[in-house]
Ligand binder design. Structure first.
Ligand SMILES: [Zn+2]
Length: 346
């Protein structure tokens, strides 16, 4: 914790026997649940955020073998319309740095370097932000192993997700993950049938299954298995192949969902992206649609912070938006071929 003001961070830490007992068993999922219940009582803004979830409107569209829900959630306006260009980021106070957190906010320290915090603008019935305690830029290459440990240690209740700095993170300058209830995103449940119906198994051995899936709306690579080492090695191979397609030295655009089950181990789903926001976001007047797709939207819960968009959205419009933001077929084929060739040599 060298770079951190110890006194300040101690002030934020949640001190509770019940949570402590779960932490001793490495059960951070249940510890987080205890934190959320307590924060709802102590922090009015958070309580209001959750209360507003009770009355939100949702509609669902059926695709061939899967669902996309649309959630009208006014609380998400700040995140969906966040300015993420370098200048705007430099001019604002970072909302994930511990010294800028609201006075009522408490957190659980995770492996000496991350905090588990309640998200005051929830999408999920239980929604957490997991920032590093230091102000580092969002980077999955540096933090993939932490994504795996979070997924395992919070697996009692939650799926962990990551949004790349150029495709959905509203704090691209501060390394963080998020966590939300398992099975809230339709893809959590649909994954196996989508893999059977639309997937191509690229690698399958006793340690690892890697698949490429194109369900007509989204293109994604999945990694499944019990071996942390095999997952990390194959992710690094994927990262390098995908990077070779990226412009500049930017992190290649991806949104990741990661979950863990005792019986089957980890399941990492990586959505491959072409751009952050579709042209609809930048339209003036009538044609404007404020949807800023990230992991949760692509996982099947698409957020519209404005009612006009919730009313207007159709299956055809969703298809238009996804067509723009998801990677093209040529690039996807390149990634699949490259994984087949390189992971087999591991
Ligand atoms: Zn920060």
């Amino acid at each position: 914790m060298a770079q951190v003001n110890k006194k300040l961070i101690e002030n934020i830490l949640y001190d509770d026997e019940k949570a402590e007992a779960f932490i001793r068993k490495n059960d951070y999922g249940n510890a987080a649940k205890v934190l959320l219940e307590s924060q709802k009582k102590e922090w009015p803004q958070l309580a209001a955020g959750y209360q507003s979830l009770d009355s939100i409107q949702v509609k669902a569209f059926d695709f061939n073998g899967f669902k996309i829900k649309v959630q009208f959630n006014p609380g998400r306006i700040i995140s969906s319309s966040a300015k993420v260009d370098a200048k705007s980021i430099n001019n604002r106070k970072c909302f994930l740095c511990y010294e800028n957190l609201p006075a009522e906010q408490k957190g659980i320290l995770y492996e000496h370097e991350y905090l588990i915090l309640c998200n005051p603008f929830p999408i999920f019935p239980e929604h957490f932000t997991l920032p590093n305690i230091n102000h580092f830029a969002q980077s999955i290459k540096e933090s993939f192993s932490k994504l795996l440990s979070f997924s395992k240690d919070m697996s009692q209740h939650y799926t962990i997700f990551y949004n790349g700095p150029k495709c959905g993170a509203s704090a691209p300058d501060h390394l963080h993950f998020q966590a939300g209830n398992k099975y809230f995103m339709p893809i959590d449940e649909e994954f196996n049938s989508l893999k059977d119906k639309y997937g191509e198994v690229l690698i399958q051995n006793d340690k690892l299954t890697v698949s490429g899936i194109d369900d007509g709306l989204r293109k994604y690579i999945s990694f499944e298995g019990h071996s942390e080492k095999a997952l990390i090695n194959s992710f690094n191979i994927f990262y390098d192949s995908y990077s070779s397609l990226a412009k500049n030295n930017d992190e290649p655009m991806m949104n990741i969902l990661s979950s863990y089950q005792q019986e089957s181990g980890w399941r990492i789903i990586i959505f491959l992206r072409n751009k952050h926001r579709s042209s609809h976001y930048f339209e003036e007047g009538e044609n404007n649609i404020l949807i800023s797709p990230a992991a949760v939207d692509i996982g099947g819960v698409c957020i519209t912070p404005l009612e006009k968009d919730f009313k207007k959205i159709t299956k055809a419009l969703l298809q238009d938006i996804f067509r723009e933001i998801i990677i093209g077929k040529e690039y996807f084929d390149f990634i699949k071929a490259s994984l087949k060739k390189k992971i087999i040599q591991l």
